[in-house]
Write a protein that binds this ligand. Structure first.
Ligand code: PEP
Ligand code: MN
Length: 337
């Protein structure tokens, strides 16, 4: 349920509402807009019904039941788009944000070369996995904490932010220490304990869509993160499993439009995992921006032919710079509209 405070309501009115919510054993989440404050009430359904009956408090304009299971994530709860500020980089604003770098951190040299290309191309974030979720246990699993240190170092040198995946609850704190944004990979989208833990970690969260997840399951996964205390969730469409095998996944760009309709949170697109093919990355990156995505995450490797992971879908630095220039031109045209 959401409680809409009247435009002229006072701080005391809001305090009274908060106290009432707490006294019913419920929790709240505030959204302070330009003209009014909205209080999202979360918790047990029965207690919410009780509260609804006794909510005629001064300063309350109305109470509204949110029909969907996801509440804090929904547009019903917050109408304006959320803009997530990561140390001055704004995700969800007029400019698309680009996160780029290798699939996995392999060495300091590889990462420095990649970071330089990413920065020269105009991206804002360096990506790279230090903990890798691999289908086979015999494949390269990532460089763990050494990889995290390298990411931070390379990103700082080129004035970039870091986004990297956290695979399990035990390493949330460690990964959060080095990264600006915590990435939840497709395979962990419904690892609810991990979602709760990253929600408490004090960092924005990039939430990839699960391989077989519906859009609503994905929104509910974001609700886990938000209801654990994190307002800054960014969705990432990375393709889903279908019967098609020519591409690694089927990149669902209609999900960008759907998420924008259903949620106030920003959404970016991963055309690298979404297609699995280098030749398709640039066209689908542009298609994603045309569909309204707030940004992209793209795999870039200085030497894709020797990459330890996902070389076939990684752009070379030159290819990356070319697509970045095209995206820049495209978004300038889109902004003029
Ligand atoms: C990644 O971005 O490194 C990754 C493993 O992607 P996904 O979780 O989408 O497969
Ligand atoms: Mn990869």
């Amino acid at each position: 349920m959401i409680i809409v405070m009247a435009p002229g309501s006072t701080a005391e009115d809001l305090e009274r509402v908060k106290t009432k919510i707490k006294s019913e054993g419920l929790d709240y989440h505030l959204s302070t807009g330009t003209s009014r404050t909205i209080v999202g009430v979360i918790g047990d359904k029965k207690a919410i019904s009780e509260l609804e009956m006794h909510c005629a408090l001064p300063g309350v304009e109305k109470t509204v039941r949110i029909t969907e299971k996801y509440k804090l994530v929904s547009r019903e709860f917050k109408q304006e788009n959320s803009v997530i500020d990561v140390g001055g980089v704004k995700i969800g604003g007029p400019e698309p944000v680009v996160m780029a770098g290798p699939c996995a951190v392999e060495s300091m040299d590889q990462l420095m070369e990649a970071a330089q290309a990413v920065a020269e191309g105009g991206a804002q974030f360096l990506r790279g996995g230090a903990y890798k979720p691999r289908t086979s246990p015999y494949d390269f699993q990532g460089m763990a904490e050494d990889g995290l240190q390298m990411l931070r170092k390379a990103a700082d040198k080129f004035n970039l932010k870091v986004v990297t995946e956290v695979l399990d609850q035990r390493t949330v704190e460690e990964v959060a220490e080095y990264t600006d944004v915590l990435q939840i990979g497709a395979r962990n989208m419904q690892n609810f304990q991990l979602l709760k833990e990253v929600g408490r970690a004090g960092r924005p969260v990039l939430l990839k869509r699960g391989l077989c997840a519906t859009i609503k399951e994905w929104l509910n996964a974001a609700e886990y993160v938000m209801s654990s205390g994190c307002d800054d969730v960014i969705f990432c469409e990375r393709g889903i499993r279908t019967y098609e095998t020519y591409t690694r996944n089927t990149l669902d760009l209609s999900a960008v439009v759907a998420v924008k309709e259903l949620s106030h949170l920003p959404i970016i697109v991963d055309p690298s995992h979404g297609t699995g093919r280098r030749s398709m990355v640039s066209p689908m990156a542009k298609a994603a921006i045309a569909a309204g995505a707030d940004g992209l995450i793209i795999e870039v490797h200085p030497h894709p032919e020797v990459a330890l992971c996902d070389g076939d879908q990684s752009l070379t630095p030159e290819e990356f710079k070319k697509v970045m220039a095209e995206i820049k031109r495209m978004s300038a045209i889109l902004r003029e509209e």
